[in-house]
Design a protein around this ligand. Structure first.
Ligand SMILES: [Mg+2]
Length: 236
């Protein structure tokens, strides 16, 4: 390992799909929803396209979070219900949204060894969580997962872009080259952190949300890819 990794003093962790499962609930609800609308005689790729278009719009105007996702499903269901020649199963629709709505209030499904790894790292580094989304929802997950007890502080922002990272570093008087970001999203975690001069560790998730995905721009000495969260112990 490059000697400079030894200078790291603080490690910042993404939360969704890095500490715990998140996107699978969205994928499951989307798949169920597409199946349901298809029964109305609509073309699956057309429904998917309508979903993608509305999702882009909603994320831009309202931000992230499960409420906005449910809003998309409801909007589309109303739209397709009007156009459908056969009645769409409303009960099935309510089942899909209810099951999805129940997930943010349950205990997050942490990946193997997350708490143990954080406790270990805490003895050597200052740890933080940086997540984007709806404040109450993200805070609830952090608290229920018990992650707040393993870190100094957690930050919940509407967006994780260059400006957000810059501000975080400045406000805490951190040195970028002493700071490492860990996450599953190239777009929200890895690329903006690398652009600020930080170190970055990518832990790929099998189903990263497409709006969070993009190619990793720089794979130099400040970048590393790991297979699992637990593998952080082999680095630090
Ligand atoms: Mg994530």
């Amino acid at each position: 390992m490059d000697h400079s990794w030894k200078q790291i003093k603080q490690i910042i962790f993404d939360a969704d799909d890095t500490l715990w499962e998140n996107n699978i609930y969205y994928v499951q609800a989307t798949t169920d929803f597409l199946n349901l609308i298809e029964t109305g005689g609509f073309n699956r790729s057309d429904i998917q396209k309508a979903f993608d278009d509305l999702e882009l719009e909603v994320v831009k105007e309202r931000g992230y979070g499960s409420h906005n996702f449910v809003y998309i499903l409801e909007e589309l269901f109303t739209r397709y219900k009007k156009e459908s020649t056969v009645p769409l199963d409303e009960e099935q629709f309510r089942f899909i949204t209810k099951r999805f709505k129940d997930h943010p209030t349950s205990i997050p499904q942490l990946f193997p060894g997350v708490i143990e790894t954080l406790r270990y790292l805490k003895t050597k580094y200052r740890l933080y969580v940086l997540t984007k989304g709806e404040y109450k929802e993200q805070q609830g997950k952090i608290l229920r997962a018990g992650v707040h007890e393993c870190v100094q502080e957690y930050f919940i922002l509407p967006e994780k872009n260059d400006a957000a990272y810059r501000k975080l570093i400045e406000e805490h008087n951190w040195q970028a080259h002493e700071t490492c970001m860990v996450g599953n999203s190239p777009k929200s975690d890895i690329n903006p952190a690398l652009r600020q001069g930080m170190f970055a560790i990518h832990i790929p998730y099998r189903d990263t949300w497409k709006l969070d995905d993009e190619p990793i721009e720089v794979r130099d000495g400040r970048f590393m890819e790991l297979e699992s969260f637990e593998a952080l112990r082999t680095v630090f």
